[in-house]
Design a binder for this molecule. Structure first.
Ligand code: ZN
Length: 326
């Protein structure tokens, strides 16, 4: 993709600001067969206790207060004015009105998207492990927005067949329809991490299977820790992503192994649906999910799911049992 479209990367690429203790532990982590894991998020838009917040490494600023009201406290409003917001945020420096970031207070960085698309079978190795042919066009389903939770939220297990899927999540910044592939990244605000948590029993219970309900159970969409602007990545099309469960490495891949890259997904979806600011695209998961392991392996109460993407950071989601019916 043309580097010129990314704009302001420059010297900021070298910054190694990190977020939170879990990200610190990841500093020297290396994916299997891959190069050194890169830096965590340097700058991003987070949702701190419901308020739009700029995350600067391990510090955080309240958007409404730091901008003297130019931007409102609603995280959705910052996404809707993304270019102006990013330009303003890039001028911020830590040390004044900022406070230490406590990631346990972060909610989903996009709390109320109009649409949440998700893509099935978008990594070559994952298609192989599932025993399926490579799709000719993206396989699209939806996750209902009420499943979204923050990067440290608990995942409530709905059955004994709940699985993990670490995914790069695209946040649309500029809407449109019939978007050309070579202009598609211009419509992307940035990226965040997502877990497309899936109840495999429910996912495959219908004939023919329809995925949406089994992937939309409350808490089945952790996203975060923040939206990292596209221009903060050295190469936004080639990022290491991993998922560990209960301390064991389960998934490790690079987004460059996607069958349909982000620009193709944006262009494809916009052929049918008008994309709007804040819309999310879960871009598919690499190999290593529990349901294709031998023996099969599902999430258990008390286990932690640790999801990482290069240049974005880390999510840590603990699995809990469902509460008794009200
Ligand atoms: Zn998925």
């Amino acid at each position: 993709m043309p580097a010129a479209k990314l704009g302001r990367s420059g010297s900021k690429r070298q910054t190694t600001a990190r977020v939170g203790s879990a990200a610190k532990a990841a500093t020297n982590w290396t994916p299997r067969g891959g190069p050194q894991y890169g830096s965590a998020m340097r700058i991003g838009l987070g949702n701190l206790k419901g308020r739009a917040s700029v995350v600067l490494g391990e510090r955080v600023l309240d958007v409404e207060r730091a901008s003297a009201g130019r931007f409102s406290a609603d995280p959705m409003a910052a996404v809707e004015r993304w270019d102006a917001f990013v330009e303003w945020a890039h001028g911020l420096r830590t040390g004044e009105a900022d406070t230490a970031l406590d990631e346990s207070h972060l909610g989903p960085p996009v709390p109320r998207p109009a649409k949440v698309f998700a893509i099935g079978l978008n990594y070559r190795e994952h298609a192989k492990e599932a025993g399926l042919e490579l799709p000719a066009t993206p396989m699209v389903f939806t996750k209902f927005p009420t499943c979204l939770v923050g990067p440290r939220a608990a995942v409530v297990l709905s059955s004994a067949y709940v699985d993990w899927e670490v995914e790069l999540v695209v946040v649309i910044g500029r809407g449109g329809d019939r978007i050309a592939t070579d202009r598609a990244l211009g419509h992307v605000a940035g990226y965040t991490i997502g877990q497309d948590i899936s109840d495999r029993r429910l996912q495959f219970s219908d004939r023919p299977p329809q995925f949406s309900l089994g992937k939309s159970i409350n808490t089945f969409g952790p996203i975060g820790p923040a939206i990292v602007p596209l221009d903060a990545f050295t190469d936004p099309n080639d990022l290491a992503l991993t998922c560990d469960v209960a301390g064991e490495s389960m998934q490790a891949a690079r987004t460059s192994d996607m069958i349909f890259a982000v620009p193709e997904l944006v262009a494809y979806l916009s052929r049918f649906c008008t994309l709007e600011p804040g819309d999310l695209i879960f871009t598919g998961t690499p190999s290593g999910v529990g349901s294709t392991r031998d023996p099969r392996r599902y999430l258990k109460e008390g286990e932690e799911i640790v999801s990482r993407i290069e240049g974005i950071g880390t999510m840590v989601n603990r699995c809990v049992a469902p509460r008794a019916a009200d």
